[in-house]
Design a protein around this ligand. Structure first.
Ligand code: PLP
Length: 394
């Protein structure tokens, strides 16, 4: 099997697994306990809080553990908007956010909040002019992702943070794809809230975090016990948190070398696809791009068919995001980049990790070439195009 779907999830690292093991077995205490057995688990949770805080230059006290990226995004938007409703009810976000953000924004709209969705450039970079123009006196929060999960474009966080703070607006970033993969700094980037998720950087699934800068008003997302300073109730997921902390420390220690390794494989994939497969379009920014992301549209090819044939050759990849594959709607991200429906349908995301080799990349391109030729040979649109030229189908 060749696994090229690391943006959907990553393999748990040996380091993370070994760190978790004791907290699933002998050290099973609830850290809220008052006995010393519980203190060991509580200390492990605090160690992990520091490990993840260090990734973004934050103070450990500003980290809150959650069940993952979706919860962190929901909490950031709903918690901040409801707690600050006296200031205003306006929220700004971008057209290429994950559904955890877009659907939270829609839910808020139904409750009387107003949302402005800012467009992006054809490369997937948020339109900063439109963003600044969208700010109103009643704007409470700007939420723009650190890096896009489908096309890999890295957003200009520092500029967005400057714009937000110049207008007295809070800044949240969904850093689920960026955390522990590219440098992030909540001070330099003026970030007030940041979401991350353990399973995107070789930690376990079902655990994440929300960074909330001290002093930011946010309502609890769930009603419950006094855990996480009364802001996020629920028995602490000790093994998950410990595993996420260990994975974060590991990823941080090797961030540069991992990124350099991935970029070699990523660029090899891009170069070969562009050279050897006709009518392929690279989606996302060519340079401001996650080290592990490759995303192409292939004209006259339907994404789902391509994925099935890749799967038959042992290749795991995705079309659009994992959450939307299974639906035949074209990706909202590709549509926001300005791609027409019929082209947005034929997209392929290959997301690599430090474990992906050049040989893997070559096998995938060789296989993909054959699959695309085969699918095009069955496409009446492609046949027309070959016979009559571009204009015939325009
Ligand atoms: N935000 C982004 C950008 C993502 O890519 C994902 C997952 O794919 C999420 C949020 C949701 O994270 P989780 O799977 O931890 O709920």
């Amino acid at each position: 099997m060749i696994y090229m779907d690391n943006a959907a999830t990553t393999r748990l690292s040996e380091t993370a697994f070994e760190a978790m093991r004791p907290y699933m077995m002998d050290q099973f205490a609830n850290p809220a306990g008052t006995y010393s057995f519980a203190a060991t688990a509580a200390a492990a949770v605090e160690k992990a809080r520091k490990q993840v805080a260090d990734v973004i230059g934050a103070k450990s006290g500003d980290i809150y553990f959650t069940s993952g990226g979706t919860e962190s995004d929901n909490w950031a938007l709903k918690g901040v908007m409801t707690a600050n409703a006296a200031k205003g009810k306006h929220l700004i976000t971008s057209a290429i956010e994950h559904h955890a953000i877009l659907h939270s924004a829609s839910a808020l709209e139904k409750q009387g909040y107003e949302v402005t969705v800012v467009p992006v450039t054809p490369d997937g970079v948020v339109d900063l002019e439109a963003l600044e123009k969208a700010i109103r006196p009643d704007t409470v929060l700007i939420s723009v992702m650190a890096a896009n999960n489908e096309v890999g474009t890295i957003e200009p966080l520092e500029r967005i943070g400057e714009i937000a703070h110049a207008h007295g607006v809070l800044f949240h970033t969904d850093a689920v794809q960026a955390f522990a993969h590219i440098p992030l700094d909540v001070e330099r980037m003026h970030i007030d809230l940041l979401s991350a998720s353990g399973h995107k950087f070789h930690g376990p699934k079902g655990v994440g975090l929300l960074y909330v800068r001290k002093g930011v008003k946010i309502a609890p997302f769930m009603d419950g016990g006094a855990q996480e300073k009364k802001r996020r109730g629920g028995t602490t997921n000790v093994p998950g948190i410990v595993g996420m902390g260990a994975a974060a420390e590991d990823a941080m220690a090797h961030m540069q070398e991992i990124a350099a390794k991935e970029i070699v494989v990523r660029d090899h994939l891009i170069e070969r696809i562009e050279k050897e497969i006709p009518f392929a379009r690279l989606n996302g920014h060519r340079t401001q791009r996650l080290p592990g992301n490759v995303n192409f549209c292939f004209r006259f090819v339907e994404g789902e068919g391509m994925l099935m044939l890749l799967d038959a050759q042992g290749i795991c990849a995705s079309s659009g995001s994992a959450c939307t594959s299974g639906s035949l709607d074209p990706s909202h991200v590709l549509l926001a980049l300005g791609l027409p429906h019929e082209i947005a349908h034929g997209s392929l995301r290959l997301s690599i990790s430090e474990e992906t080799t050049l040989a893997d990349a070559d096998f995938v391109v060789d296989t993909l070439k054959g699959i695309i030729e085969r699918l095009r040979s069955m496409s009446p649109l492609y046949e027309d195009f070959v016979k009559n030229g571009q204009d015939a189908i325009a």
